[in-house]
Design a protein around this ligand. Structure first.
Ligand code: MRU
Length: 346
């Protein structure tokens, strides 16, 4: 699945498969303005750290077109629009990374038309590079899985969360491409149900056996020996190897340690934030209570009762067996392996 993020250059429009409606309805959501892109990011029409980065890169191109309407003040207006775009979601560092790459490429270009061409080319490169990085992770990570393994994953770190192939699901696809038989347990991932709706959708479509489990079944499944390995994605990995990923991930990691199940994280270099020393400093997105108080249109909690809806948690580096990147698999001590492998230009 590589056509869920498309860019129509002639119309300067970003076309996204609307992930809010999956798995039952496949519908395209068109972003013609930077406000549309921000709305798509915040309401999770498109979600998943690398997919957010790719969409934001195209969002910069759209922002430029919009800013050009300001005539001589286009550069100021562009700066304002990019400032809004970069704040759309706080935890996934790929958003700031992609906008940073676009800003860097704009240095020294004074003509907006020339910038438009440079930015379109760069956004397409960020898009293509993401797929290539995921396939490389699939080759490295696929080696970690054994023929016959059952792999638990949390949230959706698949093709839909990236430009294609996936990070955690890329590792699973890599093993399957090597001829190994792999089954997947997809944690449903309350409240947005990325596991039940999206991971199950894309693996089932690809013919990879997948079983959906309630998030709170994790301990029982591990205790019964039904989980050989855990592989998850990441929204941000900081200098000491602490990992921000979908809420519930750290609980899975703690259980995996308790039951002796290897716990792997898969993420491209664009998900690393070496400027942040440890996970306590990562901003955690606090989303609308409606995602918790309601399932679809149906209210499930009493009126007036407050809820928590933190969207991410932090997994301590000590719980992580290895981190799969497009440059190889990193092992503890992560401060050293991350600095040596991600801290330098490839
Ligand atoms: O809120 P989301 O759906 O954007 O969060 C995505 C995740 O947390 C995924 O687990 C993922 O690992 C990061 S994207 C490969």
């Amino acid at each position: 699945m590589e056509d869920h993020i498309r860019f129509d250059a002639e119309a300067c429009t970003l076309l996204l498969l609307d992930q809010r409606k999956l798995p039952l309805v496949e519908e395209t959501f068109a972003c013609r303005t930077v406000e549309d892109v921000i709305y798509a990011l915040q309401t999770m029409v498109v979600r998943g750290a690398p997919a957010i980065g790719v969409s934001a890169a195209y969002g910069c191109r759209i922002a430029l077109k919009q800013a050009m309407a300001a005539g001589a003040y286009w550069a100021n207006e562009l700066g304002r629009l990019l400032g809004l775009l970069v704040q759309a979601r706080p935890t996934a560092v790929n958003l700031a990374w992609a906008v940073g790459e676009m800003r860097e490429a704009a240095r020294g270009i004074a003509d907006p038309r020339e910038l438009g061409e440079a930015w379109l080319a760069l956004a397409r490169k960020i898009h293509a590079d993401d797929i290539a990085m995921n396939r490389a992770m699939g080759r490295f990570g696929g080696e970690l899985l054994a023929d016959g393994d059952t792999v638990m994953t949390h949230c959706n770190a698949g093709a839909l969360a990236t430009a294609g192939y996936g990070t955690a699901l890329g590792v699973i696809r890599g093993a399957v491409d090597m001829g190994k038989k792999i089954s997947v347990i997809a944690n449903e991932t309350r409240p947005f149900l990325q596991g039940a709706r999206l991971t199950a959708y894309e693996l089932h479509k690809d013919g990879i056996p997948v079983t959906v489990a309630c998030d709170n079944a994790c301990s029982l499944l591990m205790k019964r020996g039904l989980v050989d390995k855990v592989v998850v994605g990441a929204d941000r990995i900081v200098a000491n190897g602490d990992v921000a990923n979908k809420i519930g991930t750290s609980g899975v990691a703690i259980l995996a340690r308790h039951y002796g199940v290897p716990f792997y994280v898969a993420a491209p270099s664009s998900t690393f934030d070496l400027a942040t020393p440890d996970g306590s400093l990562i901003p955690i997105e606090d989303r609308t209570p409606l995602e918790v108080t309601h399932v679809g249109p149906t209210q499930i909690t009493p009126d007036g009762v407050p809820v928590f809806n933190y969207a991410f948690d932090i997994t301590d580096n000590a719980l992580i067996t290895g981190i799969v990147t497009e440059r190889g698999v990193l092992y503890p001590p992560y401060t050293t392996s991350i600095a040596e492998t991600i801290g330098r230009k490839p």
